[in-house]
Design a protein around this ligand. Structure first.
Ligand code: IMP
Length: 464
């Protein structure tokens, strides 16, 4: 007889967090969102961590080199999509990597008496939003400060104001001495959330050719991009990587939705494991094949398996909640339920940095967003189960998402909400949240109570 789960599977929207005690120190500025990215032994530090627990989905419509650079600057990482030729994927990795691959003299320099108008003019010419203020206005002059787009508001400030009034002065900058090596500089950059870390997707078919090309191109970590990870193909891919590179190449695997799937991939050597089947916004896997599991339930079970595995072996294997995040509070919930970090597709597809077209449809700006299993992406390898490279039905749709502006502004806003919620819960780090969050299921009537109700809106501009 088939196995029947005693409980239905549930989604994030069916849960809420209940506040804990908020102390004086518990302020958003004091909250750390640092998260481990790869497996580590008890008492040791992971070889790679994230400064913010966000990674972008391994999708054509989401993660190109622009996303890799923009997201890395915020402390997260992008997984460059694998559904392209080995040559073009390796070239994309090299270009994103080149962004931080060497020291270059600044081509955007200002003098102390330069004004905001000069900043805007220079920005137009170079496209670089970070500018050095030096005593002579040349790259070799004495550094006095830096101006970035965060330092000014074009609409609110006079364009005559001098850069010295709004730049970040040198004594508040993180700098390195002249003889710093590239490796040391990169460590400093990474520690302070300024890194560009290209991360790439691979599949379980052509890995013997693709992985060496990507490693050669400088990829820092790989992930097997597949809709379903509890398979012999993933085990073989992991074995290939371990036999060729030992532990020097880091690799994630997935996706799984239960304890058994997690333990299988943890034993097979995955550095992190992705959780989620059928919950993605563009995903129709559940309708097409009837497989999957509510994202919250899947996550709760896999997080328990990860803790059990850690308890038993002393090895912590981080888990990534992949797909189905719609509202910002879903991020906090996913972390509270045990996710170490989150993979988001729709969320990032809405920003300037995603590689798709921005269109105006009936007066609304939208960006294109299509699933890897859609006819448009034709990433059949992601759905392959038998070592062939063709498939006869789609598992994703081709769609639009409402354009939302720049990644930097949106990520800052979302993470501020996450941090504020964590303060409501009385916690200041992700492990603290996972340990101490109080989570309640909500009835369908209290979900109605959660939105505005019994009032008529005066303005439709309220944003969630
Ligand atoms: P979202 O953040 O809800 O948009 O979900 C993104 C996730 O959906 C990705 O990281 C993939 O795991 C998954 N995904 C991407 N393309 C497809 C598809 O075509 N069908 C099913 N799932 C997909």
């Amino acid at each position: 007889m088939a196995y029947y789960y005693p409980e239905p599977s549930r989604t994030f929207s069916e849960y809420l967090l209940v506040p804990g005690y908020t102390s004086e120190d518990c302020r958003p500025d004091n909250v750390s969102l640092k998260a481990p990215m790869v497996r580590f032994k008890k008492g040791e530090e992971p070889a790679l961590s994230l400064n913010v627990p966000m990674v972008s989905a391994i999708m054509q419509a989401v993660s190109g080199e622009k996303m890799a650079i923009a997201l890395a600057k915020e402390g997260g990482v992008a997984f460059i999509f694998g559904s392209q030729s080995i040559e073009s994927e390796a070239a994309m990795v090299s270009r994103a990597k080149a962004y931080k691959a060497g020291f270059v003299a600044s081509d955007s320099n200002l003098k102390p008496d330069s004004t905001l108008a000069d900043v805007l003019a220079l920005l137009k010419i170079t496209g670089h939003s970070t500018m050095a203020v030096t005593d002579s206005g040349t790259p070799n002059g004495k550094l006095l400060g830096l101006v970035t787009s965060r330092d000014y508001r074009v609409s609110r400030m006079s364009h005559d104001v001098k850069v010295t009034e709004f730049m970040t002065p040198v004594d508040r900058l993180i700098t390195a001495p002249k003889n710093t090596t590239l490796k040391q500089a990169n460590d400093i950059i990474w520690e302070h959330k300024l890194n560009a870390l290209p991360i790439v997707g691979i599949n379980t078919l052509d890995y013997e050719e693709r992985v060496p090309a990507l490693v050669e191109a400088g990829a820092d970590i790989l992930c097997i991009d597949s809709s379903e990870g509890f398979t012999v193909w993933q085990k073989r891919t992991l074995e290939f990587i371990r036999s060729k590179y030992g532990n020097s190449v880091k690799i994630g695997a997935g996706n799984v939705v239960d304890r058994e799937g997690f333990l299988f991939l943890a034993e097979a050597g995955a550095d992190f494991i992705k959780v989620g089947i059928g919950g993605g916004s563009i995903c129709i896997t559940r309708e097409q094949k009837g497989i999957g599991r509510g994202q919250a339930t899947a996550l709760i079970e896999v997080a328990a398996a990860r803790d059990e595995y850690f308890e038993k072996t002393g090895i912590y294997v981080p888990i990534c909640s992949d797909g189905g995040i719609v509202l910002d509070y879903h991020m906090t919930l996913a972390l509270a339920m045990g996710a170490d970090f989150l993979m988001l597709g729709r969320y990032f597809a809405r920003f300037d940095e995603s590689p798709t077209n921005k269109l105006n449809i009936n007066g609304t700006y939208v960006k294109e967003y299509w699933g890897e299993g859609s006819n448009r992406a034709r990433n059949w390898q992601r759905y392959d189960l038998g070592g062939t490279s063709d498939l006869s039905f789609e598992e994703g749709v081709d769609s639009y998402v409402v354009y939302a502006g720049s990644l930097q502004d949106n990520v800052a806003k979302s993470l501020y909400k996450v941090k504020s919620t964590m303060c409501n819960c009385g916690v200041m780090s992700i492990p603290d949240l996972q340990e101490n969050a109080k989570i309640t299921l909500v009835s369908s009537t209290s979900i109605v109570e959660g939105g505005y109700h019994d009032v008529t809106l005066r303005s439709t501009n309220t944003t969630v």
